[in-house]
Ligand binder design. Structure first.
Ligand code: TRP
Ligand code: SF4
Length: 403
């Protein structure tokens, strides 16, 4: 069943240290765009940090704080997006537990990251229940907000797929809520007299005459309603289309293109390759890193000509430089007309220019930690309100003793 008008986006990041320019170009710029168009929830996945390393938890809180500062500094706006921390919203855990009861072990075992990570992270103890269940925790993270869209990289697509399967299974097992018609009628009244009767007419036109146009009108009407909850909206959508209420809508992956930002060695920028430029690293350090970054190995002496396509610096020009600067660099390189330090200077200038406002904002936030905590508190409250509502639906559907 289509959940039209599900404009909710959710994404999370593990708190594993400072963010770098790879995160900025690959993920964060995208988040900043999305927040204008969607109702965004961005969270620090601090419980997830335990799934691959439970022994030392001393850095988690600081990392979580730093990550939020990074988000704020690049322009994630708490007025538009909800910023929160997973461990502060215990509903994630409750939903995770309930979903664990209906999730076949084989689904978890066949998630590709399960075996991959065990191979890769040999020094960590990954033989825990938590590590096996981590994609399910991720499913709970998403489903607890009934998010329709989840911006993630390629490596996470299998997890979103599993979240879809779990949602489908849940809806199949506990799907249709009791008293659905009555609740839908009640929800319709919440839209006001005029809209309620408009909705009723549209519904009749679709259900009795199969008028597809009416269906579209109905969806548009529901999407435009500001004062009904998501839960009611889904009831009304189901009532309109003739199904029940979908309790946990299936999310879809919003695939973020792989970051074009290369690391200092020309490989993908990644902490594990030790080739990063920190998002708010000090200008002197950034300058030093760029000045010492490797170039075309054929240019041993200043007089040796080079080939930009064999040089990591060139990749930075491709991201940061104008056509003029690029042709100057290319020409100077192949003719040995410029030295590598000359060639790097415009890149250094551009990177510093990009970072300056980010660093400046981060200094403001670091100088007013209480303000950051207040943003987190408020985000957690907002997130919890939504998560509580979902859990009410879930408990009700599973027929637990009502609260
Ligand atoms: N697993 C994600 C990662 O390692 C982080 C994450 C946790 C997440 N829960 C999520 C991402 C929910 C998107 C939605 O990058
Ligand atoms: Fe690389 Fe520029 Fe040196 Fe050529 S001149 S090798 S492109 S840094």
């Amino acid at each position: 069943m289509s959940i039209d008008g599900n404009r909710r986006v959710l994404s999370g990041m593990r708190p594993t240290g400072r963010l770098h320019l790879g995160h900025y170009h690959g993920v964060l710029k995208n988040w900043v765009e999305l927040q204008h168009e969607y109702q965004c929830f961005f969270f620090v996945a601090d419980w997830h940090a335990l799934t691959t390393g439970y022994e030392n938890t001393s850095g988690i809180a600081d990392s979580a704080f730093d990550i939020v500062v990074d988000w704020l500094s690049v322009g994630v706006n708490p007025g538009e997006a909800t910023i929160f921390v997973q461990s502060r919203v215990p509903e994630h855990a409750e939903l995770h537990l309930l979903l664990s009861m209906i999730t076949p072990l084989s689904w978890l075992e066949r998630v590709p990251t399960y075996k991959d990570q065990q191979e890769k992270l040999k020094e960590n103890d990954l033989s825990t229940y938590g590590f096996l269940g981590y994609p399910l925790l991720q499913a709970a993270d998403i489903l607890v907000y009934k998010a329709g869209n989840v911006p993630v990289g390629e490596d996470q697509v299998a997890h979103i797929e599993m979240a879809r399967e779990v949602a489908r299974r849940f809806n199949f097992l506990y799907g249709r809520e009791e008293g659905f018609e009555e609740k839908a009628e009640q929800a319709a009244r919440k839209m006001g007299k005029k809209n309620a009767s408009l909705y009723a007419g549209i519904r009749r036109a679709f259900q009795e005459e199969g008028d597809e146009e009416a269906l579209l009108k109905g969806r548009a009407l529901l999407s435009s309603q500001q004062n009904i909850s998501l839960s009611d909206r889904q009831r009304l959508m189901g009532y309109l289309e003739g199904g029940g209420k979908v309790i946990l809508p299936e999310p879809q992956a919003l695939l973020t293109k792989d970051s074009k930002m290369p690391g200092l060695d020309g490989e993908k920028m990644s902490k594990s390759y030790n080739n990063t430029i920190g998002l708010r690293e000090m200008p002197e350090e950034v300058t030093r890193k760029l000045r010492t970054m490797p170039t075309d190995p054929a240019r041993v002496r200043r007089t040796d000509p080079g080939d930009p396509t064999k040089c990591p610096v060139w990749k930075y020009h491709e991201i940061y430089s104008s056509e003029d600067v690029k042709s100057w660099a290319k020409e100077g390189c192949v003719t040995a007309g410029i030295g590598c330090l000359d060639c790097k200077q415009p890149v250094i200038d551009s990177v510093l220019k990009e970072q300056a406002p980010i660093r400046e904002r981060s200094e403001e936030f670091l100088g007013d930690r209480d303000a950051v905590f207040a943003i987190i508190d408020e985000g957690c409250e907002t997130a919890r309100d939504v998560a509580r509502e979902t859990l009410d639906d879930v408990r009700h559907a599973m027929k637990f003793l009502p609260r």
